[in-house]
Ligand binder design. Sequence first.
Ligand code: KIV
Ligand code: ZN
Length: 515
Amino acid sequence: MNKDKLVIFDTTLRDGEQSPGASMTREEKVRIAKMLEKMRVDVIEAGFAIASQGDFEAVKAVADVVKDSTVCSLARAVDADIDRAAEALKGANSSRIHTFIATSPIHMQYKLKMEPEMVLERAVAAVKRARNYTDNVEFSLEDGSRSEFDFMCRITEAAIAAGARTINVPDTVGYGEPGEYGQMFKRLIENVPNSDMAIFSTHCHNDLGLAVANSLSAVMNGVRQIECTINGLGERAGNASLEEVVMAVRTRCDTFPVHTGIATEHIVPTSRLVSSITGFPVQPNKAIVGANAFAHESGIHQDGVLKHRETYEIMRAEDVGWNTNKIVLGKHSGRAAVKARFEDLGIVFDTQDALNQAFSRFKELADKKHEIFDQDLHAIVSANSSEMQEETVLLVELEASSKTGEKPHAKLTLQVAGEDHRAEAVGGGPVDAAYKAIESVVNSGADLLLYSVNNITQGTDSQGEVTVRLERDGLIVNGIGSDTDIVAASVKAYLHALNLLESRSNRSHPQRDGV
Ligand code: KIV
Ligand code: ZN
C-alpha cells in the first residue's frame, strides 16, 4: 500500500493544559516539549500566547529551544491574538499560527453573537493577517462537527483561498460518532473546490469516549493530521490520546493508509513525564501507557504468551518504551554521571545552583533506595521546579506514627513566611493526621478534591508519588510530592499545592477567565 504521511499535532501544552488543575510552568512546558521533539512529533502547540504573560513566555521559550518540530501558538481570529502569537514564535526554526473561530449556529448565535457572513469575513481576515507572518497557517472551524455543511464548505474554501494550509474541523464538544464524522470529511474534501491545497485535520474531544475512533475514521476519509495529547489530557474528558492514535496506525498498518514519523519508544517515558508534571495519574488499564497494558494475569494468557508471544500480544512492550527503564544510577554515581543522565532525559540545568540542588536530592534518595530509575530523576526535577522555590510554607520537621490500637498521630514544624510553627494532630491515618496538623497552622480554606498515591518504580523501596488536588475560589491546583516515605510524600504534595494556590491566585487562566 502506498502510504501518506499522517501529521501528528500534539496539543498537550495547550488543550491539555486547559484541564482544570493541569497548568504547567514555563520550565515544565519546555521539558515536555523537548520530549515531544525527541519523539519526533511534527507540530507542538505550545500554548495560547495572548492568554496571559505566562502563556506568552512559555510559547516563546518552547519556540526558542525546539529545533526539529514545528512550534505553534493558538490565536482567536482577531488581530491582537495573531500578532501576539507571531511575536512569541519569532525564535522558532519552523512556526505555525493556528487561528480559529466558531462556525456552528449555536456558537455563532449565543457565544459570538455574530451573523455567519461576519464570521466568514473574520476568518478570512485572520488567515490573511497570519500569512503576513508565516506560510504555515492553520484555520479551525470551532464546533465544526455541529456546523451546517454548506457554511462549512464556504468558510473552508475562503480560508484556503486566503492562505490556510491546514483546515481543522474539531469535534469540540465530543458529540460526533465515527461514521458521521468520517463522512463529513469525505464530503467536505469532495465539495470544496480548492481542498487539494490544504491538509485536513481532526481535533476530537472524548466526552463520549469516541475521540480516537472519530480521529481514525476521519483518517480513513482523507484526513492527514490528527490533533492529540499525551495520555489523552485535555478539556473535560480530554482529547484523542496520541499514544493510542499512533499505535493504532502502526499496529494496523494493514488497514490505515498512512504512517507517522513518531519514535514510539519514547511514548511511555513521555507519558510518565506528563503525568508527573500535571499530577494526573494514568489509570492502570489505560491502553499503551497504563501499568497493566502489557501485564498478563490469567494463567491461560500467561501460558499462551510464554509459548508464543503473539497469542495474546499485538504490540511489543519495548516498542512503546516499557522495559527501557534500565537501572541507571546508584549511590556511588558522581555528579557528572547524574548530570549526563539528566541531559539524556532532556533536562538541562540553567544554573550551577539548580544542578547542585538536584544532585543533593539525588544523593538523599540514593541513600534510601539503591537503584535510581529515570522516573525517579523526573520526580526529583518536578519537586525542584522553580515554582516550588516560591514557597511560602515550608516543611521543617515531620514525625508521624501509627500503632495498633492507638490513634495515628502526626507532629510537625512548618515555616510560614520565615517563622516556625509547631503543630500536632490525630487522624484516621498518619496522612490524615499530618494534613490536620498543617491546616491547624495555615487555615487555607481550600477543599481537597483528590488524593492519590502511585509508586514511581517497582518494589517496596520505590518512591511514592502523591498527587493532591486543591480548590479555592474556583482555582484548582495539583501538588506533587515524592519520597520513599509515603507520609512525607503526602505532606510535600499538600504543601506544594498550598504554595501553588498562593502563587497562582493572581495569574489568569485561559479557561477560567473565558479568554
Ligand atoms: O476543541 C476545540 O475546538 C479547540 C479549538 C480551539 C481547536 O480546542
Ligand atoms: Zn479542543
